[in-house]
Design a protein around this ligand. Structure first.
Ligand code: SDX
Length: 393
């Protein structure tokens, strides 16, 4: 396995769990999936190959990739009866609410892949989730805009199929733009896994009780939705739009530094990275590339984002706090250029992260020594005291 990474004792004593899947060095700004640098994977691999790597620990041979893609492709449709779940939601429900509900409902459908003691059922649950999550995300989008669901087209690749299910309509032919498909595939890869972030920890904690795998992933989706986590990509683009022009940036920088103001720069800062988030670098290059290829040259939002980044990286406050752009800072600009509404930004993060949640869940439940998670607390409440009758209070 090459060099074994060793943590300093301090880190080990606070580590919530051990895992072989993803490694982050927050000070160096390094992210490895099963030892491979994210920069190399983003440049040379594709999302479904990264799914194989995260699930099984090694890059697939050509035949292994064909077999894996065939297995995933066979599961891209959802049970027809699941369409009814969408109709229980108001049309203006946030697609993340719909995804939490529908993925949770999968726990009542796919009974032949919920016995976590059976390695084969764990494997099928993993494949089903990776295969169906783009379909469910696209259905949530279509439902929110009042358009009919579009079935998966298995002649398309993973990212292209998702775009087709989102943007095709029965009334017209739709051809997937290879530029958009490549950009979408790269966004999926960059979000695939990220060690023990809040939503992955949620999935692991839920899974540690032996809960239904689909219910565990629904819990992860719910946690990711928060603006401090995956919801930041939507909040970041809304912030950039609110700033509007570069001359208004200083006003927002001041707000972000004001301790009395709850405002934070969305897409900035990270619990672990105290250097550049390597994904943000790739995303920034991708934003330039996609907008240029789409012929969008004077994108005001991108101008504001780049100027905001430049100013913040020179500002003593942000430098002292080691605040850098994170994965959510540029992703929304690409997704907006691709035609997605901001409400679809976090669902796309969720569909991309599903493989990471599933790989981490599978690693944990497959470990026979695994015990139920039981975080402790620092108790700061009242000391022991005796009950008093109401007339004595
Ligand atoms: C993701 O964990 C993961 O791996 C998550 C993720 C993944 O792939 O799963 O990487 C995805 O969630 C990325 C983060 C997306 N969230 C945002 O962009 C929201 C904006 N950022 C923050 O709210 C914040 O940076 C957090 C929540 C991400 C981290 O907050 P912390 O834990 O408070 O960060 P910190 O301890 O490093 O903060 C140091 C200081 C604090 O000030 P002091 O208490 O020391 O005075 O910097 C301040 C913070 O208040 N600060 C910010 C800031 N982020 C931190 N000030 C202004 N703007 C910000 N964005």
């Amino acid at each position: 396995q090459g060099d074994v990474f060793t943590y300093d004792p301090g880190f080990t004593s606070t580590a919530a769990c051990s895992s072989t899947i993803t490694y982050i060095d927050g000070d160096k700004g390094e992210l490895l999936y099963r030892g491979y640098p994210i920069e190399q994977l983003a440049a040379q691999s594709h999302h479904l190959e990264v799914c194989y790597l995260l699930l099984y620990g090694e890059l697939p041979s050509a035949q292994q990739m064909i077999d894996f893609e065939t297995r995933v492709t066979r599961h891209t449709m959802v049970h027809e009866q699941m369409h009814n779940f969408f109709r229980g939601f108001r049309r203006d429900a946030h697609p993340m609410a719909t995804m939490v509900g529908v993925v949770g409902a999968m726990s009542a459908f796919y009974h032949d892949s919920t016995d976590i003691e059976d390695p084969w059922q764990r494997e099928v649950a993993a494949i089903r989730l990776i295969a169906k999550i783009p379909t469910i995300a696209a259905m949530a989008y279509k439902y929110s805009i009042g358009q009919p669901f579009v079935y998966p087209k298995n002649s398309l690749d993973y990212a292209g199929n998702f775009l087709h299910m989102c943007f095709a309509v029965p009334a017209e032919d739709y051809v997937v733009d290879p530029i958009l498909a490549k950009a979408m595939d790269r966004i999926m890869m960059l979000h695939a896994d990220h060690e023990q972030n809040a939503s992955t920890s949620t999935v692991r904690l839920a899974g540690s009780s032996g809960a239904n795998p689909f219910a565990c992933i629904a819990a992860g989706i719910a946690c990711l939705w928060g603006p401090a986590h995956g919801g930041a990509n939507q909040a970041c683009l809304e912030m950039l739009r609110e700033i509007g022009t570069v001359d208004r940036i200083p006003e927002y920088i001041a707000k972000a530094k004001d301790k009395n103001d709850p405002f934070r720069l969305m897409g900035f800062g990270h619990r672990v990275y105290k250097n550049f988030d390597p994904r943000a670098k790739v995303m920034k290059e991708s934003a330039d590339e996609v907008l240029d290829l789409l012929g969008i040259h004077d994108n005001e939002t991108l101008k504001v984002a780049k100027e905001l980044e430049r100013i913040a990286l020179e500002d003593e406050y942000f430098v002292s706090k080691k605040l850098y752009p994170n994965v959510d800072f540029y992703s929304g600009i690409i997704l907006e250029a691709m035609g997605f509404p901001t409400a679809m930004f976090t669902p796309i993060f969720a569909l991309s992260r599903t493989v990471g949640w599933v790989a981490q869940w599978k690693e944990m439940v497959g470990d026979s020594d695994q015990k139920i998670g039981r975080p402790r607390q620092l108790y700061t409440g009242a000391p022991r005291r005796d009950y008093s009758d109401v007339e004595n209070r």
